[in-house]
Ligand binder design. Structure first.
Ligand code: SF4
Length: 477
């Protein structure tokens, strides 16, 4: 078996890259998702090593010498970081010309031919379901025999046949064994979760078809393929033993609540373990299920509201009514389930007025915390094709989803609403949501009742103001 390094490469400072992050960028506050997409194949290869350079604060100079110790390096890449990742691959190859380099992630899965053509140091790129493809490469299979990869043969680029979907997700070993072997869990932060947290996936795919959403349209698909309840609960029991310092577990499936009976069954298993946990949810979970989840340790949902304007929800095929979102939010509040609500400004149909409607709606449903993003058209999504066809993209060059500092830039512009106006509305949204007496009081009370929350929010507050400042400076420049 080839000695294998799984690498989430260094790029922008503080960059939360794609091996665990859906929308890669440097965030308002320090944020790192676990590199779970790399941990999954790493768990299939004994003696491999997973290095998450951004989270561990490793520079390219620190990563380069690792090239000497391995025969195969599998790098995760994303659209915003692809060019930088290609440079890292070239530097690794220069250091050790015998090192075979593969790339995985949505960016290369969507456009394997152009990716491998651009990244000349890369020997192969993988499509979806790359876990076992990585293992087969490490096992020394002939590249021509490995489904789902695109590779070089002489001067030619050859795309093998696609890989079949993994139906039995229990064949993927527990990633927490890799976390224990290779990661320092204190390196991982998410603003709305206690620190340290730990996240895993219990399945892949999302039933919904939101037009902007990257993973279900690329690496996950629209069928929610899941691990068995027992497999999931056993992993959390193991993680609890490995990492007694973990304060909360997070299920980062696109929509953990897509299968309600299963979500309830997992919750009951977790209830027996006595752990606190949170997950991603769609705003359509019925009250009875919310109650079961809450009674068994659920703390918080990350919920994509996206917009408070019904027409925009239709435009992006969200499959939700604002009334449902209102009811869901009220039910969660009643049961004491926190919500981190995510919103997007600049989606198709957006106007100055709909932005104000959404700000008003956010204040009304009042999630505990919010995240506001600029609409981003990632290659491989319906939104990307729509934006391209309509001439909405500021820069058709893939690399311009983030700026030189890794912070997201406004990449879509409409004849009636410029990218600058969309960009400016983001800070306005945050300010109008958070700088309200009621909200300030709510967050202050929470801080006063819990020292851990106090420390975390104080740090985040400083980082948040620095972030707004940085954006405003960029705007003024
Ligand atoms: S429900 Fe959430 S995860 Fe699923 S497609 Fe929509 S935005 Fe993506």
């Amino acid at each position: 078996m080839m000695k294998t390094l799984f690498l989430n490469p260094p790029s922008f400072e503080g960059f939360d890259g794609g091996a665990g992050s859906r929308y890669q960028g440097t965030r308002e506050i320090k944020s790192f998702w676990y590199p779970t997409w790399l941990a999954q194949p790493a768990a299939l290869i004994p003696d491999s090593k997973l290095v998450d350079a951004p989270a561990a604060g490793l520079t390219i100079e620190q990563v380069l010498p690792m090239a000497d110790d391995y025969e195969l390096c599998v790098m995760h890449t994303s659209t915003p970081s692809f060019r930088s990742d290609a440079k890292v691959a070239a530097a690794l190859k220069e250091r050790n010309p015998k090192l075979m380099i593969g790339m995985v992630g949505a960016h290369v899965a969507v456009d394997p031919y152009q990716s491998i053509k651009y990244a000349t140091a890369v020997d192969w790129v993988a499509g979806n379901e790359f876990d076992f493809a990585c293992k087969e490469v490490a096992d020394g299979w002939n590249l021509a025999d490995i489904d789902g990869i695109t590779h070089r043969v002489g001067g030619q680029i050859v795309r093998n046949k696609p890989r079949a979907l993994l139906e039995n997700m229990d064949v993927l070993p527990h990633v927490v064994d890799v976390y224990k072997r290779d990661l320092r869990i204190e390196d991982y932060f998410i603003g709305y979760l206690p620190h340290p947290y730990l996240s895993v996936y219990t399945g892949r795919g999302c039933k919904s078809r939101c037009t902007f959403c990257l993973w279900p349209q690329t690496i996950g698909g629209h069928v929610y393929r899941t691990r068995s309840v027992e497999h999931v609960v056993a992993e959390i029991a193991k993680a609890k033993q490995y990492f007694p310092q973990v304060k909360e577990f997070f299920f980062d499936d696109d929509t953990f609540t897509d299968d309600l009976p299963r979500a309830e069954a997992i919750a009951r298993g977790l209830g027996k373990l006595g752990v606190r946990w949170s997950c991603n949810a769609k705003g359509n979970v019925p009250y009875e299920t919310l109650k079961v989840l809450k009674e068994n340790g659920l703390q918080l949902f990350v919920c994509g509201y996206e917009s408070g304007n019904q027409q925009i929800l239709h435009n992006i095929k969200k499959g939700m009514r604002v009334e449902q979102l209102r009811e869901f939010s009220a039910n969660c509040r009643k049961l004491g389930i926190k919500i981190h609500g995510t919103f997007i400004v600049g989606l198709p149909g957006e106007t100055k007025q709909t932005i104000q409607d959404t700000i008003q709606f956010a204040k009304e449903v009042n999630p505990t915390t919010i995240q506001v993003s600029l609409a981003a058209a990632y290659p491989g999504t319906f939104l990307y094709n729509q934006a391209k066809q309509n001439g909405w993209l500021m820069d058709e060059d893939h690399g311009r989803l983030v700026g030189e500092d890794g912070i997201q830039v406004s990449s879509i512009s409409y004849p009636h609403l410029s990218s600058q106006e969309i960009f400016e509305s983001l800070a306005e949204f945050y300010k109008k949501f958070y700088f309200r007496p009621g909200k300030i009081w709510e967050l202050t009370s929470e801080m006063l009742s819990d020292w851990e929350v106090m420390k975390r929010r104080a740090r985040e507050g400083v980082e948040f103001f620095q972030f707004l400042n940085q954006r405003e400076n960029r705007e003024a420049a």
